[in-house]
Design a protein around this ligand. Structure first.
Ligand code: PLP
Length: 378
């Protein structure tokens, strides 16, 4: 069955119509942005116009935007020993941060059971360091829990260090002001906001010099060599502009639908656990589980009903590993193994929520039949 209700926006958001139009128009433009002739200048205008729009989305200046091939590359570009003597990152970061970039090792900053980075632990870990680089996410991609990055920035700066924020899941969902967050570096990804896949940006505070990951021509003021992905960047710019314009209305609407969804999950299974529910969360993300449910099976059951969700478990080389995020929060494997992530976006409607809740009722019925009544019902 084709997908009727798409609930995997934290994995990738459908392309916004404005982004699609910008990509198409850019693909019809011939010219290398570095060429001096009129065609080159037309391509350059597309890139620079998008730079302005991405900068405006996060309250940065155009000089602070370095386009990359996505969030993963932006994280790798930021995490360089040129910017710090040691790397500290929270235990719930995306694998592209957990892998440490160009650092040989990453030290974990723990999170609380509520999925929030432990600021006291961070303060202690910073003691005695001369030039630490700290990487924290603005909001977690699995739980949606918002992290206290502005408070962390104050601690990191007091310790003489720099703060990198992976803000990939933030724009369009919560306020994402580069200056207000106090970050030195900030990662963005186009496809999480309705732009195309394979393009992103690293926002770099004015005055900070990056250690380029890809060297060659002097593109992106020598921070990232290679002919720019003009169409991708143009699409990113268009998506950024749409997000900025629609932010207030979209977040309020998503929060309403999310609440409707969570009430519906609990109506069928009163004992369902919503991870991070006691913390400030993105208005579009619900990660839930019931004991005894298997996430892999549940994802397939939802898919058969035309509903796209994802599991909180990472699957690599054929083995399903429990989510490192839930493990860091101290969630027992029995519960973590059933975690289902439902994420919403600008095109999610109340009708979509109705479809997923119908599928959930069917799935829960199966669990009741399998004798799980005690685990699920009140
Ligand atoms: N950081 C976070 C928090 C993410 O959720 C993702 C994507 O899943 C990334 C980084 C990687 O971004 P990209 O897919 O653009 O490489």
């Amino acid at each position: 069955m084709a997908t009727q209700a798409y609930f995997d926006w934290n994995a990738t958001a459908p392309l916004r119509p404005q982004a699609k139009a910008a990509v198409t128009a850019a693909l019809e433009t011939t010219g290398n942005p570095s060429s001096v002739h009129a065609s080159g200048r037309a391509a350059r205008r597309l890139v620079e116009d998008a730079r302005d729009k991405v900068a405006a989305l996060v309250g940065a200046t155009r000089r602070e935007v370095v386009f990359t091939s996505g969030g993963t590359e932006a994280n790798a570009l930021a995490l360089s020993p040129a910017l710090g003597d040691s790397l500290l990152a929270s235990a719930i970061e995306h694998p592209s941060v957990r892998s440490g970039g160009r650092f040989a090792a990453v030290e974990d900053v723990p999170v609380t059971a509520a999925g929030v980075v432990d600021l006291l632990a961070l303060e202690n870990l910073l003691k005695g360091r001369t030039r630490p680089l700290v990487s924290l996410m603005l909001a977690n991609n699995e739980t949606g829990v918002i992290q206290p990055v502005a408070e962390a920035a104050a601690l990191v700066h007091a310790a003489g260090g720099l703060l990198h924020i992976d803000a990939v899941q933030g724009p369009g969902r919560i306020a994402c002001d580069f200056k207000a967050l106090g970050a030195d570096l900030m990662t963005l990804s186009a496809h999480k906001i309705g732009g195309p896949q394979g393009v992103g940006a690293l926002i770099v505070r004015d005055g900070l010099t990056l250690d380029a990951l890809i060297r060659g021509g002097g593109q992106e003021r020598s921070a990232r060599a290679g002919t720019e992905n003009v169409a991708g960047i143009a699409g990113f710019g268009a998506a950024a502009e749409a997000v900025r314009q629609e932010f207030a209305a979209e977040t309020a609407r998503m929060a309403g639908l999310r609440d409707e969804l969570e009430a519906g999950i609990k109506a069928v299974a009163a004992k369902a656990i919503i991870f991070g529910a006691e913390s400030p969360r993105l208005p579009n993300t619900t990660l839930f589980s019931v004991p005894g449910m298997k996430a892999e099976t549940a994802v397939i059951a939802f898919d058969l009903e035309g509903v796209a969700v994802s599991s909180g478990a990472a699957c690599s080389s054929g083995k399903v590993a429990p989510s490192h995020v839930l493990a860091a929060m101290g969630v027992v494997p029995e519960l973590a193994g059933g975690a289902i992530r439902v994420s919403l976006g600008y095109a999610t409607t109340s009708e979509c929520v109705g479809i997923i809740l119908k599928a959930w009722a069917k799935l829960a019925k199966g669990l009741y039949k399998a004798g799980k009544h005690q685990e699920i019902a009140a």
